[in-house]
Design a protein around this ligand. Structure first.
Ligand code: PEP
Ligand code: MG
Length: 626
């Protein structure tokens, strides 16, 4: 962050000093670049991956060896074929039993948190593509069960490889875990348990959900893996348990030995192996500072997100999996502003039934104890290969293709959509629940989606199932087309939620996952600010609350300008709530409005960024804004 200097920005705030946070006076400090990876210190190894779960940890490496098993290759004669098939079936049964035992242990200890992932692996064990194909190879190619299985797994992974979507590519590791488990049972090899000593940094090529679920939050300092991306199971579970994690490091297991000292900076996606003493001292100080700030900020948990001059906003949590709810509550979330239901589809092999949607949503609603849960209907799409039954479509431009609400309204996707809607409606009988449609492009789509909700209400009435008849239905604003007619959309819906991740992608024509154009991904582009202001104004005029649930909402640097642009609800990764709240509570609405108005007069993202950074740097300690 570049700070300091006036850069033309007026000192807009009531005072330009630093803000005391819950009794702590945090003076602005000279910034020491935390990721001094640009200046590596001799002797230490720095590796960059994907920051999967924020936080700093320093600990000794515990290397989990899950190297590829050696597969014996053997041709079998006709008499041996049935024996090989029987061995294969026995190994599947044994694997099933093992997963069942892990699942039961886990459910007894932690509830049904990781249940679905293990259940998905159990289903995969019996998937026809795995079983029938392996048996066919044994029969037709006259090869032993291990070899046939390995070929089958490679073929399935090859299909996953062709998929461009990160989330789905990462599902390759699921088939690997399942294949390895069967293979171990064929070979009679035990998989050793993962039992790291307390405060260890677990280093692995990849971790199975079974492995990850054994790593208790208190016992493990951090997780780092060669494989995976931000949506891998390791990443999801690490975030849910607030364990710092860096994934996708490719070859970190080659660089780390058991017992090596390792620093993990989960926010920056940085791992430092065998750091020099000055690096350790720097990160220890930073970790202490961040812990102190985190604790101080948490003191505002039960206080309202209200400015000094009494302007109230609402801070909600974005949640991907039910495991994150506890953390959301602990960080003071007033509800869930975005529940991404895709994960329910993607961690299962079968399409979730109406009853599964109902049970899942009901458990979320009940855990929230009266706070609202906003469920976004599934945002699957394009080349995203979902559960059994959804076909694999190759598209030249998946981001612009058959995805999200377009699938929900398609002939193929509609039954899935109705199942989900009925499940959600039934769950609404148990507490406040809102339904939100993703990726809508205009009013016609919204009407069609709403008609589906009405149809489902009728079905439930006919079945005598209770639901909230006044359930609120809203839309995400992720496309310029729908943003620019927000005034026409507003009368059709109960709320808006601006999804900046996609809105920026579509407005600025920048693929959000393409690192070659990421330098153009500018949340403070004047076009984006104008759209936000326009949508906020349209919402206010029609009394439709306007939220934001894209990543922009959780960056404390943007908190004031978003307030000033007129947003009433910000939904974010739960850990960001305390710091965003501290910014809101230390500001006036008038200050926020002045900042937003000033920003709207500037023509380039850089000018706006300079204005915002200068303003915020004068008002808040850097550690808070980072
Ligand atoms: C968004 O696009 O801003 C959003 C919140 O949705 P997702 O990141 O799931 O696409
Ligand atoms: Mg989106």
């Amino acid at each position: 962050m570049s700070t300091g200097g006036n850069g033309g920005g007026k000192p807009d705030g009531p005072d330009s000093g630093s803000i005391p946070l819950a009794g702590m006076s945090l003076e602005p400090q000279k910034r020491i670049r935390p990721d001094s990876s640009t200046m590596p210190i001799l002797g230490e190894i720095r590796k960059r991956g994907a920051g999967a779960s924020p936080g700093i940890a320093i600990g000794r490496a515990y290397v989990v060896d899950r190297r590829k098993l050696k597969v014996p290759k053997r041709h079998v004669n006709s008499e041996e074929i049935d024996i090989e098939i029987a061995r294969f079936r026995a190994a599947i049964a044994e694997s099933d039993g093992q997963l069942e035992r892990i699942k039961n242990k886990l459910v007894a200890r932690e509830g049904e948190d990781h249940f679905h992932i293990l259940e998905a692996h159990q289903l995969m064990l019996h998937d026809e593509h795995v079983v029938d194909e392996t048996i066919r190879r044994i029969r037709e190619d006259h090869i032993n069960a291990e070899w046939a299985l390995r070929r089958t797994v490679e073929q399935i992974k090859h299909i996953f490889d062709a998929i461009e979507d990160d989330y789905f590519r990462e599902r390759r590791s699921d088939i690997d875990f399942v294949g390895d488990r069967i293979l171990r049972n064929l070979l009679g090899e035990e998989e050793g348990p993962v039992a790291p000593p307390p405060d260890a940094v677990v280093v692995a090529n990849d971790l199975s959900p079974g492995d990850t679920s054994q790593l208790h939050r208190a016992a493990v300092a951090a997780l780092v893996t060669d494989a995976g991306g931000k949506t891998s199971h390791t990443a999801i579970i690490a975030r849910a348990h607030e364990i710092p994690a860096v994934v996708g490091l490719e070859d970190v297991t080659n660089a780390v030995g058991n017992g090596d000292l390792v620093i993990v900076d989960g926010g920056a996606g940085l791992v430092i192996v065998n750091p020099e003493p000055q690096t350790v001292a720097h990160y220890r100080a930073r970790a202490r500072r961040e812990a102190a700030i985190g604790e101080a900020l948490l003191a505002n948990r039960d206080l309202p997100a209200e400015t000094i001059d009494g302007h109230r906003v609402h801070l909600f949590a974005n949640v991907d999996v039910v495991e994150e709810l506890e953390g959301a509550k602990q960080h003071g979330a007033e509800g869930v502003g975005l529940f991404r239901t895709e994960f329910l589809f993607l961690t299962k092999v079968d399409i979730p039934t109406e009853d599964e949607h109902y049970q899942y949503a009901r458990s979320v609603v009940e855990q929230l104890g009266g706070k609202v849960a906003t469920f976004r209907t599934f945002d699957l799409g394009g080349d995203k290969v979902g559960p059994a039954g959804t076909s694999l479509v190759r598209e030249a431009n998946p981001a612009l293709g058959l995805r999200s609400i377009r699938i929900s309204l398609s002939a193929q996707g509609r039954p899935l959509f109705l199942q989900q809607l009925r499940g959600l409606l039934r769950a609404s009988a148990h507490g406040p629940l809102r339904i939100m449609f993703p990726m809508v492009s205009g009013v016609a789509e919204i009407r069609e989606a709403k008609a589906a909700v009405e149809e489902c209400k009728e079905d439930l009435r006919a079945r005598g199932e209770p639901f909230d008849p006044a359930i609120k239905v809203g839309v995400m604003i992720e496309m310029p087309s729908v943003a620019l007619i927000a005034d026409m959309v507003a009368p059709e819906v109960d709320f808006f939620s601006i999804g900046t991740n996609d809105l920026i992608q579509y407005t600025l024509a920048i693929d959000r996952v393409n690192e070659h154009v990421s330098y153009l991904y500018k949340p403070l582009h004047p076009a984006i600010l104008r759209i936000i202001r326009y949508v906020a104004d349209a919402g206010r005029e029609h009394r439709v609350p306007v939220a934001m649930c894209g990543e922009m909402a959780g960056d404390p640097l943007f908190a004031l300008i978003l307030l000033g642009l007129g947003l009433e609800e910000l939904s974010m990764n739960a850990v960001a709530i305390p710091v965003v709240k501290s910014v809101v509570r230390a500001s006036t609405f008038e200050e926020a409005q002045r900042l937003a108005d000033h920003a709207l007069t500037l023509a380039t993202p850089d000018e706006i960024e300079e204005l915002v950074r200068d303003h915020m740097a004068k008002r808040f300690p850097e550690d808070v804004l980072k």
